[in-house]
Design a protein. Structure first.
Length: 634
């Protein structure tokens, strides 16, 4: 099975030493875990500073000159330290299909191989990071001289950020070395070994085939995706350009973690974490019982609408499925709902976060494609509503034809949770205000997407305080989860960005572009070929890896063919929603399986998702045939 460690909001908090997903942690892992939990508070500080800037600029007409660079530095630091945090907590995404199929002896071989490959990756990256930091901290004559930003404030943040990246890589090297030592001396029966192969100078077609083959060969061993792409990038850099070119890889790391658009990611992850740990989402679900009414399938429809609200508040995929799996699934099963409908609406509704603004998928797409994130958000609203309406229509048709599939909720139970209209209004009003704060500030031109994310997370934090639920423990857990989740997302992006950068320098983008454009088929058929490639990759890879590997090649082709890249971004988001549900590695199934009642198997979940995958593909076809369905608001 695939192990999608996205640090889902809603999953029980594990202790440092007794989480079964962590294996046997080393003392260094525990030390790194404690240190990165402290560093996670940098995200909260960045949020506070961003809110301060919004107040100063729009409230007091006195914009600052230091906030922008400070926020980037703080978030870049948390991104860099997220790598050691995710490694210490085993939160890097890995494909375990081969690992779970083989016996104990061969697992030992794979453990050794993966630890060796991780160590090689971390050592090579540390060397390249050292070269990068030396150049940023010394003048050409060898004198100590920190690289500065060159702005009116002119802080030494570029040099300091590169120093943090070097520190994170050095820590990861020590972690990998300790893991290898621990694995080698573990009581498992040692047998066999593995050899890593480097890249050799060759024509670009052969290099492309070996690159793709190497990625999939390493993936099935269970090596984390971030290290797979990073290792292949290092191997091709070394083999194609020589050892002096290795700093090219770490320069891509620096450019990626200091991208201002990515500051929104930890803010939205923090929003989702706080929503989960407070009672806001639970109260919203209970309040929306009024929608259940006397309609067959009413609770399922309520679940879809609540999922839409949650998506509009945080844009985080995964956490919604866990929340709805805890709140809605047991209730529907207790009422006698068909388990396939109940499971399907939880997973499909939870996956609306890939589409509904403020979707992180669209933020990453906008960053890679160099498109306006606000335009992408605007274009995605109608397709997201169409998807939600399609899910509701499917449930209605099935339950009206056979009411036994979705029995009506008893009237006394429907009104049991809220004794007054005031409580009902408060339960619905708080999420509506938060969603309006985020989306309204973006579409109203009041704040950028990043500033809106900070305002939204600040709004959730205030709501948690007003509800009397705030505590240091709650905040620490939310921030630690934010650090782990962002570490996973960003380090996959780092590895893929390095790989794409090296491949493009080799001429790979021109090779793939000429190959696709050379197909003797209409332009729309070329788009369909791209969709097929994305759907195929979605069966095996995480969305962030797919985005980093394909979009730098696909988007220029889209523009060359005369299509709107904003429209293609919506197509990509729908496609990734399909991949979120698709067997055999659809992460939605694994999120739900972690909290599903006893007796619900992965087979049950995947079978339940098939009708909703068909609905998603129908909406994808509609967007292909009628682009204005998404572009009419832009």
């Amino acid at each position: 099975m695939a192990e999608h460690d996205v640090a889902s909001p809603g999953l029980p908090e594990a202790s440092d030493d007794h989480d079964p997903n962590l294996g046997t942690r080393t003392p260094l892992d525990r030390l790194v875990g404690k240190g990165t939990r402290a560093a996670a508070w940098l995200v909260l500080l960045a949020m506070a500073i961003s809110v301060f800037e919004v107040v100063m600029r729009y409230g007091l007409d006195s914009p600052t000159s230091w906030v922008h660079e400070t926020v980037i530095f703080l978030v870049a630091t948390s991104f860099a330290l997220g790598g050691p945090a995710a490694l210490a907590n085993n939160r890097h995404i890995r494909v375990r299909v081969l690992y779970d199929l083989v016996g104990t002896r061969f697992r030992y071989v794979l453990d050794c191989f993966n630890d060796v490959m991780t160590l090689v990756f971390c050592m090579a990256m540390s060397y390249a990071g050292w070269v990068m930091f030396w150049r940023a901290s010394h003048s050409p004559l060898g004198e100590w001289q920190l690289e500065r930003s060159g702005t009116s404030w002119n802080p030494p943040f570029p040099a300091l950020t590169k120093g943090v990246i070097l520190f994170a890589l050095a820590v990861m090297t020590l972690q990998a070395l300790w893991h290898l030592y621990q694995t080698f001396f573990s009581p498992r029966p040692p047998e066999g070994g593995s050899d890593a192969q480097g890249a050799a100078l060759m024509d670009i077609a052969t290099a492309t085939m070996l690159l793709v083959g190497g990625i999939f060969a390493l993936l099935v061993t269970g090596l984390p995706l971030a290290f797979v792409t990073g290792l292949v990038a290092l191997a091709y850099t070394f083999g194609w350009f020589g050892p002096m070119a290795l700093p090219l890889v770490t320069s891509r790391v620096y450019g990626f973690v200091t991208e201002y658009s990515l500051v929104a990611v930890p803010m939205f992850v923090l929003m989702a974490s706080l929503l989960d740990r407070s009672g806001i989402a639970k109260d919203l679900f209970n309040a929306m019982r009024v929608m259940a009414g006397r309609l067959p399938g009413g609770v399922a429809i309520q679940t879809i609408v609540v999922a839409f609200f949650l998506a509009a508040m945080s844009g985080i995929i995964g956490g919604e499925i866990v929340l709805l799996g805890i709140l809605a699934l047991p209730q529907m099963l207790r009422l006698g709902y068909d388990k396939h409908i109940a499971i399907g609406v939880v997973c499909a509704g939870g996956s609306l976060g890939t589409m509904m603004p403020p979707s992180i998928v669209l933020i990453i797409y906008g960053l890679i494609a160099n498109q306006s994130i606000a335009d992408l958000f605007t274009a995605a609203i109608t397709p997201a509503i169409v998807l939600m309406a399609s899910y509701i229509l499917y449930v209605l048709i099935r339950c009206l034809r056979n009411p036994a599939l979705g029995p009506v909720m008893p009237e006394e139970e429907r009104r049991a949770s809220f004794q007054s209209k005031r409580e009902l209004l408060k339960a619905v009003g708080v999420p509506a205000i938060i969603a309006g704060l985020v989306l309204g500030s973006i579409y109203g031109g009041v704040a950028s997407v990043t500033e809106a994310a900070a305002m939204g997370s600040f709004g959730v934090l205030v709501a948690v305080m007003l509800r009397g639920e705030f505590s240091i423990t709650l905040m620490q857990r939310a921030l630690s989860q934010t650090m782990n989740t962002c570490g996973m997302i960003i380090w996959i992006g780092i590895g893929a960005a390095a790989l794409v950068g090296v491949y493009n320098l080799m001429g790979g983008n021109r090779f793939v572009s000429s190959m696709i454009l050379g197909l003797d088929i209409p332009p729309l058929a070329i788009i369909m070929v791209m969709m097929a490639i994305l759907l195929l990759l979605g069966l095996f890879l995480d969305w962030i890896g797919i985005a980093m590997l394909t979009l730098p090649i696909f988007v220029p082709i889209i523009i060359q063919l005369g299509y709107d890249p904003v429209w293609f971004g919506v197509l990509f988001a729908v496609n990734m929603q399909v991949s979120f549900l698709s067997p055999p590695f659809g992460p939605a199934a694994f999120y739900l399986k972690g909290v599903a009642p006893e007796g619900i198997s992965l087979k049950d979940i995947f079978v339940s998702l098939l009708p909703f995958i068909a609905i998603q593909l129908c909406v994808l076809a509609m967007l292909l045939l009628w682009p204005q369905l998404s572009l009419w608001l832009v």
